[in-house]
Ligand binder design. Structure first.
Ligand SMILES: CC(=O)SCCNC(=O)CCNC(=O)[C@H](O)C(C)(C)COP(=O)(O)OP(=O)(O)OC[C@H]1O[C@@H](n2cnc3c(N)ncnc32)[C@H](O)[C@@H]1OP(=O)(O)O
Ligand SMILES: O=C([O-])CC(=O)C(=O)O
Length: 380
């Protein structure tokens, strides 16, 4: 019997020039993520992921203008969203908006590289507005005026915060969210990117690939873990018996959200950067207790399980510090990761081969066909 690598663990399934993970370090197009974090912006990184190099100043300005030009939500989508249940999972509402947007985009089915660039630009520019629209809808707030007032800004973090809050955000908050988006922009063949590439490998359209990717990211073992982190911290509470809580969970063989990683075993290089952002925003809000609690759990997990936090752990605290409700955390991830999904889709379309692995069959064999009138429950 062929050897099955469950979960495709260790399988090398593509070549890619977008993102490298090597020796527990992360590089976008060859540039260390720490350097980009220190000096760059989310928009610059989107350009980098798509074009393979950093933009010149005038290219960046033109790119931001193009993003601003695409940053609005088609009116039909506001009507559509208004009819959807407010209590639906926010990631499902986001997925529905992206799917519906495809029906209103005249370029959605075009197969040229230029049309795909336009679609990608639209997706990246609109995703923050879709996320804000979902957030306002579920909170029962007015959506269209607030979101449209935020449009026309080529700074995606500002566009989200402005639309979501319905007021101009302080620059410190914009900077923190911008760098959080930068750190989430891409991550090689993670589950949602693999899903997106698989859809594109059938030569289906970019929207279908991104809708599927949003669905994959939603899961608690991937982008949904950030919400799970905050749920855990809230269940414990700043003064709670965290050690008992975590030990009991581990004894029940439950997973602690925000810990462990398929690729990183010695630590996720994004963790210290996100921890520093969390410290900054939580100090400003007078809520540093959440960081102290998270750090105690981090040390304990290392000691008892040898597991380290992944990108979702401290990202949850950054979003908390920005006053974003926890149900919205996975949407923040989706907004940022749209850059990476689309960069990988460009690569997939440019050098495509259908993705179609095999399975080892383990079901019954040589089963005789039984006509319907002779079937009974015993003989299936
Ligand atoms: C952006 C991202 O997608 S980052 C990941 C976000 N997901 C999470 O934070 C969810 C919690 N983490 C996990 O479930 C896992 O660490 C994953 C899915 C991320 C990666 O796991 P895998 O590479 O598949 O490792 P696997 O699931 O085989 O686990 C190996 C062992 O570590 C344990 N383990 C791994 N993560 C955790 C965790 N968070 N809590 C408790 N135990 C864990 C497993 O129970 C398993 O133990 P066992 O061998 O005794 O059964
Ligand atoms: O790469 C992975 O498996 C998960 C991850 O960290 C990411 O998508 O950012």
């Amino acid at each position: 019997m062929a050897h099955v690598l469950r979960g495709l663990d260790g399988v090398v399934a593509a070549t890619s020039g977008v993102t490298q993970i090597t020796d527990e370090r992360l590089f976008y197009r060859g540039i260390a993520v720490e350097d980009l974090f220190a000096h760059s912006t989310h928009e610059e990184v989107i350009f980098l992921l798509w074009e393979g190099r950093l933009p010149m100043a005038e290219e960046l300005a033109a790119f931001r203008d193009r993003l601003a030009g695409e940053a609005h939500v088609p009116a039909e989508l506001y009507t559509f969203l208004a009819r959807l249940p407010r209590t639906a999972p926010p990631m499902s509402l986001l997925r529905a908006l992206v799917d519906a947007a495809s029906l209103l985009d005249e370029d959605a089915e075009k197969r040229t590289p230029e049309a795909r660039r336009t679609v990608a630009l639209r997706l990246v520019a609109r995703m923050p507005l879709f996320a804000a629209a979902v957030g306002r809808h579920r909170a029962g707030k007015e959506v269209e005026t607030a979101v449209e007032a935020a449009a026309g800004d080529g700074k995606l973090a500002r566009a989200f915060l402005r639309a979501f809050r319905g007021e101009e955000p302080p620059e410190e908050d914009v900077r923190v969210l911008d760098r959080t988006f930068l750190l989430h922009a891409d991550h090689e063949l993670n589950a949602s990117t693999f899903v997106a590439r698989s859809v594109a490998s059938t030569l289906s359209d970019m929207y279908s690939a991104v809708v599927a990717a949003v669905g994959a990211l939603k899961g608690p073992l991937h982008g949904g873990a950030n919400e799970g982190v905050m749920t855990m911290l809230e269940e414990i509470g700043p003064e709670g018996d965290w050690m008992r809580y975590v030990a009991d969970k581990l004894a029940r063989k439950e997973r602690i959200m925000g810990f462990g990683h398929r690729v990183y075993k010695r630590g996720d290089p994004r963790t210290p950067l996100l921890r520093s952002l969390a410290r900054e925003v939580l100090s400003r809000r007078g809520e540093i207790v959440w960081l102290e609690l998270a750090e105690r759990i981090e040390a304990y997990m290392e000691e008892v399980k040898g597991l380290k936090p992944n990108v979702d752990y401290y990202a949850a605290l950054v979003y908390r510090g920005l006053g974003i409700p926890k149900e919205m955390y996975p949407l923040m991830f989706a907004v940022a990761r749209t850059a990476g999904w689309t960069a990988h889709l460009f690569e997939q379309y440019a050098d495509n081969r259908l993705i179609r692995p095999r399975a080892v069959y383990v079901g019954p064999v040589s089963v005789p066909y039984v006509p319907i009138e002779q079937r009974d429950h015993e003989r299936r």
